[in-house]
Design a protein around this ligand. Structure first.
Ligand code: IPM
Ligand code: MG
Length: 374
């Protein structure tokens, strides 16, 4: 296979973890006989320095001529948000990319690895039931891209509105993705809305139910978003595929992100209807540790696995990366964010040390099994 990838490392820890992810990509190319070429492009504060915009045209055009986008992270130090370089940096970069490439579905898999259970804030007996959830969040509708307006009402009171809009095609499109994903997993879709209040949610629920008729082998459950937030911390094992709108998805995926214990372990994919995708760790630029060489590269490395699976249909290769990561974590290799105080059996490593071990496992894998990790 011969593919071209746009690499947008961005700010903070982005470039450091991206470097490790690209080493893993090269190892896959060599091991499985593929050719992956890359072009780097600027985004976020790094782009602002040169172009005074967070998403330059040149970057968009490099993305347009690629088969997939590998994204690092964007954003500045917490105390420097009024600096024009950092102001609205995340929204300008990420939302514009979503709109430019019509990325309508965000995949956020959340899994708890038994060896890392100590990082999970929930009780052991809750976690032992197993946590393996695929969140599918709609990305182009809702109040994100509806009209935003701030105005003085007739009585002179400052007022603001953000319009929630969904049309049935947007809902049906992500519902289809959810049911197909559930067929390959444990056969259950939980559709999350606020249909007891919002018209947009009533339509959401009706359309998801219509789509469900085409998938009699999948169980559909509707859940109100407030209840879902509660269930995620009460018993996350009940969820297989969770499908929801943009705003609820933003909030619920952050709530669920604490289950594995570190944002450094999570990867996400944003896809459009043509199958073009952007792969990013949802963890942010972590400016406080940037340049120290201690960031956890696992999330960015798992983004490579998601890219191979979703953009290039290379399931065996994706699984090889995922099992190399899992073995490394099971052996006790830990970056600082996932270390356990007082634990003797762990090996504390830096960014490079973690990916070195993952690469060793990757090269050693002979017959990769796809059974456990799709
Ligand atoms: C996310 C982020 C973005 C969002 C922000 C940076 C605009 O929180 O990807 O979850 O709200 O979608
Ligand atoms: Mg978010």
């Amino acid at each position: 296979m011969d593919k071209h990838i746009a690499v947008l490392a961005g700010d903070g820890i982005g470039p450091e973890v991206m470097e490790q992810a690209l080493r893993v990509l090269s190892a896959i190319a060599e091991k499985f006989g593929h050719r992956f070429s890359t072009t780097t492009a600027l985004v976020g504060g790094a782009a602002y320095d040169k172009y005074e915009t967070h998403l330059p045209e040149e970057t968009k055009s490099i993305c347009r001529s690629s088969d997939a986008i590998l994204f690092g992270s964007v954003g500045g130090p917490v105390g420097d948000m009024n600096n024009p370089k950092w102001k609205n940096c995340e929204a300008n970069s990420i939302l514009s990319l979503r709109k430019t490439f019509s990325f309508n579905v965000n995949y956020r898999p959340v899994k708890v690895i038994p060896e890392l259970e100590y990082l999970c804030p929930l009780k052991k007996e809750v976690i032992e039931r197993g946590v393996d959830i695929l969140f599918l969040r709609e990305l182009l509708g809702d109040c994100y891209f509806g009209e935003h307006r701030t105005f003085n009402a007739e009585n002179g009171v400052r007022t603001a509105t953000d319009l929630i809009t969904y049309d049935e095609e947007q809902i049906a499109s992500i519902a289809e993705v959810a049911f197909r994903a559930a067929q390959k997993r444990r056969g259950k879709v939980t559709s999350v809305d606020k249909a007891n209040v919002l018209d947009a949610s009533k339509l959401w629920r009706a359309v998801v139910r219509e789509v469900a008729l085409g998938y009699p082998d999948v169980t559909l459950e509707d859940m109100l978003v407030d209840n879902c937030a509660m269930q995620i911390v009460r018993d996350p094992s009940q969820f297989d595929v969770v499908v929801t709108g943009n705003m609820f998805g933003d909030i619920l995926t952050d709530a669920a992100a604490v289950l594995p214990g570190s944002l450094g372990l999570l990867a996400s994919a944003s896809m459009n209807r043509e199958g073009f995708g952007l792969y990013e760790p949802p963890g942010g630029s972590a400016q406080d540790i940037a340049g120290t060489g201690t960031a956890n590269p696992v999330a960015q490395i798992l983004c490579v696995a998601l890219m191979l699976r979703h953009s290039f249909a290379l399931e065996t290769e994706a699984c090889a990366i995922e099992s190399a990561v899992e073995t490394t974590l099971k052996e006790g290799y830990r970056t600082r964010d996932i270390a356990r105080s007082g634990e003797d059996n762990q090996k504390i490593v830096d960014t490079r040390g973690m990916s070195e071990r993952i690469l060793e496992h990757l090269l050693a894998i002979t017959v990769p099994s796809t059974a456990a990790c799709s």
